[in-house]
Design a protein around this ligand. Structure first.
Ligand code: AMP
Length: 295
């Protein structure tokens, strides 16, 4: 099996990438915060089908955390992550230290526009500035031709597309549908932090999405009336607390005024204990695992 290089600072990463480019090979890049699961591995596979060499970054970016406890609790099984990458044929893992990314005196932010104002941006002040800043830095070190992001973080995906276009970064952005557990819960590194009862309670997230999509399929045509079906599901789960459940315009993330196929996204964030879970679907074309849920 190929050796997977592990690079820990921007200079080493850039040198490696320059070498690959000199060989006339393209680079596909998957940025992650580690604790890799099958969702991340689906992104790796997509990167491999769009480019010659795949680079995965593993960096828990403190700039995008609005809560210190969430940052501290975030799982960091780096040896396991490198093993997963090796098995998946990843050529380089970029795992920079915090000191290499944000040395003393670091004082620059990439600030996204209006796409970052609502939903996750409103719930987590500064979050998307942190995302846009780290993605820009990672792109500068890795110099990818293609970068792959998950639909799981739908607003982030839209924002990164905007960032790459607006700043002429020359990186093609590819997206991958959300990978789910058998009960419909979206895979997430934070799922590792759920205990047994919390993992069961977390089922209310895909169930709420299923309830709203079902209501729409059955002809409910007002966003508010459709959402009520999802609110009821989360309200019935004592261990869960709803942050938001909204039908939004898929391009602007403003509230959807009417329910029209192709232009609407159903998005949610739910807290189970201290763990915040996010998810989203196209309510007019939900994934089979959501459609199958009995609500
Ligand atoms: P994270 O490590 O959670 O920051 O995620 C890194 C990348 O993996 C992001 O582009 C996410 O959208 C993507 N991702 C996370 N979970 C999933 C999933 N269940 N299915 C597909 N992509 C995912």
């Amino acid at each position: 099996m190929e050796v997977t290089r592990v690079l820990t600072d921007p200079t080493g990463m850039r040198q490696w990438s320059t070498g690959v480019a000199r060989q006339g090979r393209t680079i596909g890049f998957v940025p992650t915060m580690g604790a890799l699961h099958d969702g991340h591995l689906a992104l790796v596979e997509a990167a491999g089908s769009h480019a010659d060499a795949v680079v995965v970054s593993v960096f828990v970016n403190q700039l995008q955390f609005d809560q210190r406890v969430d940052f501290d609790a975030y799982p960091r099984p780096i040896d396991e992550d490198v093993d997963h990458c090796r098995h998946a044929g990843v050529e380089a893992v970029y795992a920079p230290t915090a000191a290499a990314m944000y040395p003393p005196g670091f004082d620059t932010r990439v600030v996204p526009g209006t796409l970052a104002d609502r939903l996750e941006g409103a719930a987590r002040p500064g979050h998307f500035d942190g995302v846009a800043t780290v993605v820009t830095k990672l792109f500068a070190a890795v110099r990818p031709d293609v970068a792959v992001f998950g639909e799981k973080d739908y607003q982030q995906l839209a924002l990164v597309r905007r960032l790459a276009a607006d700043l002429d970064l020359g990186v093609q952005i590819v997206s991958v549908p959300t990978v789910r557990d058998a009960d419909g819960l979206a895979l997430s590194s934070r799922n590792r932090l759920l205990d047994g009862p919390q993992r069961l309670a977390a089922r209310c997230v895909p169930r709420a999405l299923a309830a709203v999509t079902r209501a729409i399929r059955q002809g409910v045509d007002s966003p508010r009336a459709a959402l009520d079906h999802g609110f009821a599901v989360v309200a019935a789960e004592p261990a869960a607390r709803l942050d938001y459940l909204e039908l939004v315009d898929a391009a602007t993330f403003g509230p959807a005024r009417e329910l029209r196929p192709g232009s609407v996204r159903l998005v949610t964030a739910v807290r189970v204990g201290e763990i915040r879970l996010i998810d989203n679907v196209d309510p007019f074309d939900p994934p089979p695992l959501i459609e199958q849920i009995d609500v």
